[in-house]
Design a protein around this ligand. Structure first.
Ligand SMILES: *Cc1c(COP(=O)(O)O)cnc(C)c1O
Length: 396
């Protein structure tokens, strides 16, 4: 069974055939892989619970179907950056515990509480707004206090944490909030031996002890992302928050491949050749003629470009699988298309599938290969696959 979704239409109930009729390119997502990866992460987490992080349309994999697959695999929590993502999950009928951590002043926190969404609090202003929402709705807000243990990004830092704690204790004593979690995030989880890792854990534990002196004793202490879940059991605490690994990618490619960690990539990106045409030697190809044919050849037009998430920096560097062969993109990546030099002996035709990335098992490049070609990380490759590419979900 397959279903197709786009980011604006995650929960389409229709069950059309895959790939969509007339689609020139699409993203295929193996939900069985997401469930199996989550199962492996649960096994590694031991007694800690698993929060599958599904922000940013589940790193490009489709929010609702990916969340449901992760829950099938044993995740008991879902994590998203933005409140709108959390509310979208609720509107789609997802009932699991759900944490959101990035909302601006003036956000609809009453709506969040009505939807049973846990809220991160990292500053007095957000605590004030959460308390107001609790009073307005008559609900107790479930709060995860965020401490900055050294990342230098979100979270209450140093004196800011000391300032936040008595305010949170008062709000809890009034029944407006229940502090269910204390949490933080690593700067160098992908370098497990980096001295900041141990140091952040010490700061984290001191911050929890300080909270306890205010009578704040949450059941859930959480710090680990994918890299720490896979490489640093001492950071598992009560709950882990893997994102990337849920989708089968390695957060530490220098330390191990997905297979090494018992994971498999869920995403495969496919396009159809729109044209195959004869070209003489010496033909400049695509904008600025950054590539020139060296012999009589066949050129193939691939209908994906940087609007679809193909990095422009990958022109002349990244490869795709066309037929049996890996070919490097010829010249510039444009907004909607790029060109391949298929060679004079290419036997395919317009309509043939070209695989941009996948698991590598059929000879296609992986997201990690693309990341290296484009000078970025695998996270960015999958997450930026564009909204106009239909998502085709298989492996329910
Ligand atoms: C994105 C994110 C995660 C997941 O990170 P991965 O490296 O993808 O596992 C965990 N926690 C927070 C706060 C995040 O922003």
């Amino acid at each position: 069974m397959t279903s197709q979704t786009t980011p604006s239409d995650h929960d389409a109930a229709a069950v059309p055939a895959a790939p969509p009729r007339g689609a020139s390119a699409w993203v295929e997502i193996d939900l069985g892989a997401i469930a199996d990866n989550t199962r492996e992460l649960c096994r590694r987490a031991g007694s800690a619970e698993v929060m599958a992080v599904v922000k940013a349309d589940a790193y490009g994999h489709g929010l609702v179907p990916s969340a449901q697959a992760a829950l099938r695999g044993g995740a008991t929590w879902l994590g998203v950056a933005q409140l709108a993502e959390a509310r979208h999950l609720r509107a789609a009928g997802v009932e699991a515990r759900l944490l959101t951590w990035l909302y601006p002043p003036g956000a609809d926190l009453a709506g969040a509480l009505e939807d049973d969404i846990d809220l991160s609090v990292m500053a007095p202003w957000s605590l004030t707004e959460v308390v107001a929402a609790a009073r307005a709705t008559g609900r107790t807000a479930r709060v995860h206090l965020k401490v900055d243990t050294g990342l230098g990004r979100g979270g209450a830092l140093g004196a800011g944490w000391t300032e936040l704690l008595p305010l949170a204790a008062t709000a809890q004593a009034e029944g407006a909030i229940e502090v269910v979690g204390i949490w933080s995030h690593f700067a160098y989880a992908d370098a497990p031996d980096h001295p900041t890792v141990r140091h952040q854990q010490e700061v984290f534990e001191a911050a929890i002890a300080e909270a306890q002196r205010h009578g704040i004793r949450p059941a859930l202490r959480h710090l680990a992302n994918s890299a720490a879940t896979l490489t640093n059991p001492s950071a598992h605490y009560d709950l882990v928050r893997p994102g990337l690994a849920v989708y089968g990618l390695s957060p530490v490619p220098d330390l191990g491949s997905p297979t090494d960690f018992g994971l498999r990539e869920a995403m495969r990106v496919v396009a159809r050749l729109l044209a195959v045409k004869a070209s003489p030697a010496g033909q400049g190809v695509s904008y600025a003629h950054a590539y020139t044919t060296t012999a009589d050849t066949l050129l193939g037009l691939v209908p994906m470009g940087y609007a679809d998430g193909v990095p422009r920096a990958a022109g002349g560097r990244a490869q795709v699988l066309a037929g049996e062969r890996r070919l490097t993109i010829a010249g510039r990546v444009c907004m909607d298309q790029f060109v391949l030099d298929l060679g004079p002996d290419f036997t395919g035709a317009a309509g043939d599938e070209v695989v941009l990335l996948g698991r590598g098992s059929a000879g296609e490049p992986t997201a990690q290969d693309w990341a290296e070609a484009a000078g970025t990380i695998n996270y960015e490759i999958v997450t930026r696959m564009g909204p106009r590419l239909p998502r085709v979900h298989i492996g329910h």
